[in-house]
Design a protein around this ligand. Structure first.
Ligand SMILES: [Zn+2]
Length: 167
């Protein structure tokens, strides 16, 4: 039993397990990212001159996330993207996501390596500082000892011997 406190880790770098979660998307459907509206860049694969601001809303039919079907009455929905197309777009987006995250992960890994190196450097710098402090202390002690006059040495020796005799 000790009465020392217990601290939690104080990491400079975040935990790796948490980092991996960054690369997991929040959505299930890659076609619409669970919004029900197909991602504009995917739409433009099929409608090359697609204008997000002026064209009907392409509804994802690869999932059931779109809940504004009442807008159909207003004629603002583009329902030509059927299940088959949406699944295809989902696969394309999924692949793109994978590639992007892989690239980001590589970049992140490099940054992590650099950061780890910097932390190691900081630690060794602290060690180097401590060593030079130790050396400074040694030099100081040496200087103090050298400053003692022969008379003082004699007196110290005598008192030492006196002490010995008393034991
Ligand atoms: Zn969807």
């Amino acid at each position: 039993m000790t009465d020392l406190p217990t601290f939690e880790r104080s990491p400079i770098l975040p935990n790796e397990v948490e980092d991996k979660e960054i690369w997991q998307p929040r959505w299930h459907c890659f076609c619409c990212q669970d919004t029900g509206q197909i991602q504009a860049h995917l739409v433009s694969l099929i409608i090359p001159d697609y204008d997000h601001n002026r064209d009907r809303i392409p509804v994802c039919q690869g999932c059931n996330k779109f809940d504004n079907y009442h807008l159909k009455e207003y004629g603002v929905l583009d329902l030509r993207f059927d299940l088959y197309i949406c699944k295809k777009l989902d696969a394309i987006a999924r692949d793109g996501w994978k590639k992007t995250t892989e690239q980001q992960f590589e970049k992140y890994k490099k940054q992590l390596d650099i950061a780890t190196g910097q932390i190691a450097q900081a630690h060794s710098l602290a060690v180097a500082n401590r060593t030079s402090n130790d050396e400074r202390e040694v030099q100081q002690r040496k200087a103090e000892i050298e400053a003692i006059s022969p008379q003082e040495w004699k007196a110290m020796n005598e008192s030492y011997l006196v002490g010995k005799k008393d034991e």
